[in-house]
Design a protein around this ligand. Structure first.
Ligand SMILES: [Zn+2]
Ligand SMILES: [Zn+2]
Length: 331
């Protein structure tokens, strides 16, 4: 049981999400270094408030973990781009910071640079805890050139892809084409708002198929890469986007890119990156959940205890059918 020192909080974890980054680090040793307690997608209840902390009281339910604007006000934070704060990564609880949410109680090491957002009345904590996934897609869509009425392609059927589909539907996309290599997921993709689903491995000429759906000689206006692998990236850049269109990278591709720039630069394809989200976008997500303006569907497919983390969480053998697994330490 940690104790709250100066500028610290102790939070009783209600739910902690298991992130793809956690699974990757558990299996292959990166990018999170040992030895830390994992867990950066947390919702909990304040149980102890340290000296110097204002605005929080025991009993407050909040979301906590990722960094916010740094105390040093680095050049990124000065521009409001806290998602690319130069101090951000090492201060993210459960990634660079030692105290993550795979625990009954989590120490918020320094409230001054930890993202802490109170959860509005009426918001289901199991929806709120999805902020890490949803807001990656939210930020990417906001940063992209997407406009109301655009035709879009979303490549990837994991939580980021599903969130992108749901948000693009809410944001007024015209036609949403989802690409996935597991055809069994197509009904789920349609539930989230995809109009068409294509399996690139089973589609002879993907570019022709996309154009046929769009009734156009060219591809989609904006294409979101959410699968995080090179075959998906190549499909997005070479086969799905229209000349002058944009490919937004939301998936984390941990391998060297295999793209040939000359093959897409002649079409002036805009290749853009996006990284996490800002505190304002997290608040936006919670507000829109509270007011019912967005719904992200039932992404939580399993809730497990701390004892089950190795077997049914990080080391789970069969991930098919799973979207988001939460840990409930009270189990
Ligand atoms: Zn995450
Ligand atoms: Zn900063």
């Amino acid at each position: 049981m940690p104790r709250a020192g100066e500028n610290q909080l102790v939070v009783k974890i209600d739910y902690c999400g298991i992130c793809g980054t956690d699974v990757e680090s558990y299996a292959h040793g990166g990018p999170i270094r040992p030895v830390i307690v994992l867990g950066h997608e947390n919702v909990g209840t304040v149980v102890e408030v340290g000296p110097g902390v204002t605005g929080f009281a025991p009993g407050d339910r909040l979301l906590c973990g990722p960094p916010t604007q740094c105390e040093e006000l680095c050049p990124s934070c000065r521009r409001g781009e806290t998602n690319v704060c130069i101090h951000g990564f090492p201060r993210t609880a459960g990634i660079g910071g030692p105290d993550g949410g795979y625990a009954e109680y989590m120490l918020v090491r320094d409230v001054r640079h930890t993202l802490l957002v109170k959860i509005p009345e009426g918001v289901d904590p199991r929806q709120a805890v999805l902020f890490d996934v949803i807001c990656v897609s939210l930020h990417g869509i906001r940063k992209s050139d997407f406009k109301f009425g655009d035709d879009v392609v979303v490549s990837g059927t994991g939580p980021i892809g599903l969130a992108a589909i749901a948000l693009l539907r809410a944001a007024g996309a015209n036609r949403i084409i989802a690409l996935g290599t597991t055809s069994a997921k197509f009904p789920t993709l349609k539930e989230y708002g995809a109009d068409y689903c294509l399996n690139p491995n089973e589609t002879g000429d993907l570019a022709a198929e996309v154009r046929k759906i769009l009734g156009s000689e060219v591809g989609a206006d904006i294409v979101f890469e959410c699968a995080g692998n090179n075959p998906s990236l190549e499909n997005c850049v070479y086969k799905c986007v229209r000349p002058g269109g944009q490919v937004m990278l939301l998936g984390t591709i941990g391998a060297p890119m295999t793209l040939v720039p000359a093959a897409f630069s002649i079409h002036e394809v805009d290749l853009q990156t996006s990284f996490v989200y800002t505190p304002g976008e997290v608040k936006m997500y919670l507000d829109m959940l509270a007011s019912g303006k967005i719904s992200v569907g039932n992404m939580v497919t399993d809730v497990i205890s701390l004892d089950e983390v190795a077997q049914k969480g990080l080391g789970r053998k069969d991930r098919r059918g799973q979207i988001k697994i939460l840990i409930d330490p009270s189990r």
